[in-house]
Design a protein around this ligand. Structure first.
Ligand code: ADP
Ligand code: MG
Length: 701
């Protein structure tokens, strides 16, 4: 491939030079001409319309006017020094004013000549003026690309502007390399796909994303480029999945044996929901193929993921394997351990726990038991990943993820066995479909989209500070019924001391209202010693305390079915998924439960939307979609994971349809041509081969 222009460093482009080249790299990460070609405008100005001066109103936004300069004068002294240009068309006169670069601008302008002035009119002393308009000679503007159509607007920075690389400057730079660069751009999508989805070819898409002549070509160029971005991500994800299925055998869980049956008939205290049954069946199917299972279970708080995980682990045990379950925090690991022990006891199987705080003596014993196969299920934190932890025969790994474990860590667990264990990832709160398809695009996805029967929905109230007494009243009423109450304060990252202050002030206030010995209060926050934390929590869990005041440490922690009220203080400071997660702490028993969101009177638009959403719905899937709209994909995942979300144009919040289309296209592609042997698919095969040389499979998959 002849690609000298695309790979040429920008500093060698005529008129750029080392300084501007370096600044482009530092400020925008643009190194080569190819980079510049994919530095897309973020909006466009319609330069096809011209306005007449007599149609301007005080409300008029940015417009352009064709006129002639009839005079130019430099007025004022020092601070008030300015260039004032009288600009006239056949309907009237306006002033163009500059306060900076006065001499330079003045030198460019010739009285008597025609120009196009672009700016936003303001009224001064009853007449309109433009301050610091863009101005260009009428003739040359007509010839310059992008100036008389939809003009691209590029993101720039203060530093770049100093180098004359504002949006206009970037536009000029792009124009200067465009034709030469485009000539070297090669199509990277098969013709059949372009035809099927009516996508323009790559060259014209790139031309039209920068310099569209109208809205129609812009839209199809945009769609093509987004499709391309999403297509290649899906191609990598689904290819990795395919390779893994070919390469990695999984333990065969051929039979449903004694332990599953016994648990199901003798231990299980409730009927499974249809959703739970369906997901268990999906897992059962996966583990009978001989290939490694990689499945994501999405289910709302309280949808009953734990029992699904347990039954899957029993399936592994029935087939001669061990299982482990990994949680992101120690508290959560302990919680899982407790719930699993409660469900199954310690007779049918042996369950152990391993975390960072497991004592060395216990640890040594545990390692030994594990290796001998005396432990069936090991629950823990990322301590499980350590090389010292060796299983006799690990068949299934359950990861309770909450977006905290990276792809790398998942991979480490696979290597714990000769035959890689099956992987079941559970998300604590649902993530939007588009994100799941991208972040977990290499996994199969199961949804537990049904809550266990008889669960009464949680009533969510949003109260202002002035309604605090109502909140106190509700708490008292619930405590009188024997219920327990959480009061949660936000964790403010910038200042733990400030957190504590909030919490302490809150505790004092509560102390007035809820006096001993009638009321007992537990206090739990991040700065207290672990042992104290455990003790306070335990007291609450055992029902010895009525109220637990806490910072967000309880978010993923305790399971107290008797708790029926969740008060969230400063609720406007929490993100949506966090609020939903917290709310999930109540409503675990069959009682009517409440979630009370306390907020200040002044709310930002977004905060209001978050609180309104909470009041309106209990559905985690719905909430996750709104959360994604509000925060964008990067924030939701916490990290910009492995570049998967490095999208230049496509937006996972808005381009769901294109994403679905792209994924479907890749699925069809692999179906028709699994090894991409057909001539029209060779370029895709080459792409994947190049990628796999650069990125190891663990990284993509
Ligand atoms: P999550 O999906 O949030 O992890 P859990 O697995 O902790 O949910 O389940 C929440 C509660 O619901 C637990 O007390 C669990 O025992 C109970 N539960 C789970 N499945 C059912 C069911 N099918 N019927 C009734 N209760 C159930
Ligand atoms: Mg859970």
């Amino acid at each position: 491939m002849q690609d000298s222009t695309l790979n040429m460093r920008l500093e060698f482009v005529k008129g750029v030079g080392p300084n501007r080249g370096e600044t482009l790299k530092k400020e925008l990460g643009l190194v080569t001409v190819g980079d510049l070609l994919t530095y897309y405008p973020f909006r466009y100005i319609d330069r096809t319309k011209f306005y007449k001066i007599n149609t301007l109103t005080p409300e008029t936004q940015y417009v352009q006017i064709i006129g002639r300069i009839i005079s130019k004068n430099i007025l004022g002294e020092k601070r008030t020094k300015r260039l004032v240009v009288a600009f006239k068309d056949d309907t009237g006169l306006i002033e163009l004013v500059w306060f900076q670069s006065i001499n330079w601008v003045s030198d460019q302008l010739v009285v008597g000549n025609a120009y196009i002035a672009f700016g936003k009119p303001t009224i001064f002393n009853g007449s309109f003026s433009f301050s610091h308009p863009e101005i260009e000679p009428y003739q040359s503007a007509k010839q310059s690309r992008g100036n008389l159509t939809l003009q691209p607007v590029y993101g720039s920075t203060e530093k770049l502007k100093k180098f004359n690389l504002d949006s206009k400057g970037l536009q000029r730079l792009t124009v200067s390399v465009l034709d030469q660069a485009l000539a070297q751009v090669e199509e990277n999508l098969p013709q059949l796909i372009l035809e099927k989805y009516s996508l323009p070819d790559r060259r014209s898409a790139l031309l039209n994303i920068h310099f569209p002549k109208d809205e129609t070509v812009l839209n199809s160029a945009t769609r093509r480029i987004k499709f391309e971005e999403l297509f290649f991500i899906q191609l990598q994800l689904l290819n990795a999945k395919k390779l893994r299925q070919q390469k990695f055998k999984g333990a065969l869980f051929a039979k449903v044996g004694e332990k599953v049956n016994k648990f199901y008939t003798e231990y299980l205290p409730f009927d499974l929901t249809n959703a739970q049954k369906r997901v268990i069946k999906e897992i059962r199917n996966d583990t009978q193929t001989g290939a490694q299972m990689n499945r994501l279970i999405q289910g709302d708080v309280g949808s009953g993921k734990t029992v699904v995980a347990l039954m899957s682990m029993l399936l592994a045990i029935d087939n001669g394997c061990q299982a482990c379950m990994m949680a992101p925090t120690e508290i959560l690991a302990r919680q899982h351990y407790a719930s699993i022990c409660e469900l199954i006891g310690n007779e049918l199987i042996t369950v152990s726990i391993l975390t960072g705080s497991t004592k060395k003596k216990d640890r040594i014993l545990l390692h030994q038991q594990l290796e001998e196969g005396a432990i069936d299920i090991l629950i823990g934190t990322h301590a499980l990943i350590e090389p010292k932890v060796i299983f006799k025969n690990l068949g299934l790994v359950v990861i309770d993820e909450q977006h905290r474990f990276g792809v790398e860590q998942r991979a480490k667990l696979w290597r714990k066995n000769f035959i890689p264990p099956h992987i079941l990832v559970m998300t604590a709160t649902p993530i939007p479909r588009t994100l799941a398809m991208t972040l977990y695009g290499d996994l199969d996805v199961s949804m537990i989209d049904e809550l266990p029967a008889g669960r009464k929905p949680i009533e969510t109230l949003h109260l202002y500070e002035s309604q605090r007494l109502r909140m106190f009243g509700l708490i008292k009423q619930e405590i009188a019924k024997g219920r327990q109450v959480y009061v949660v304060y936000p964790l403010i990252k910038e200042s733990e001391t400030l957190d504590l202050k909030f919490l302490e002030a809150g505790v004092e206030l509560l102390g007035f209202e809820f006096k001993r010995p009638d009321y007992q209060i537990s206090i739990v926050h991040g700065q207290m010693p672990n042992a104290d934390k455990q003790f306070e929590m335990q007291e609450f869990v055992e029902g010895k305390r009525n109220i637990m005041v806490a910072t967000t440490v309880i978010e993923v922690g305790v399971n107290v079915p008797n708790a029926s009220v969740m008060v969230i203080e400063n609720a406007e400071r929490f993100g949506l998924s966090q609020l939903h997660q917290l709310r999930g702490r109540v409503g675990r028993g069959a009682e009517h439960s409440f979630c009370i969101l306390m907020s200040g009177d002044k709310l930002s638009k977004e905060a209001r939307l978050r609180l309104d959403t909470m009041v309106k719905t209990n559905n985690g899937f719905e909430i996750s979609e709104i959360d994604l709209q509000l925060r964008g994909p990067g924030d939701i995942t916490g990290t910009q994971q492995s570049g998967v979300l490095n999208l230049k144009l496509a937006d996972l919040t808005k381009d769901q349809n294109i994403l679905i289309e792209a994924r479907k296209t890749v699925l069809e592609l692999f179906e028709n041509d699994p090894t991409l042997e057909k001539p029209e698919n060779i370029l895709l095969k080459t792409f994947l081969q190049q990628k796999s040389q650069g990125i190891s499979m663990d990284k993509i998959s």
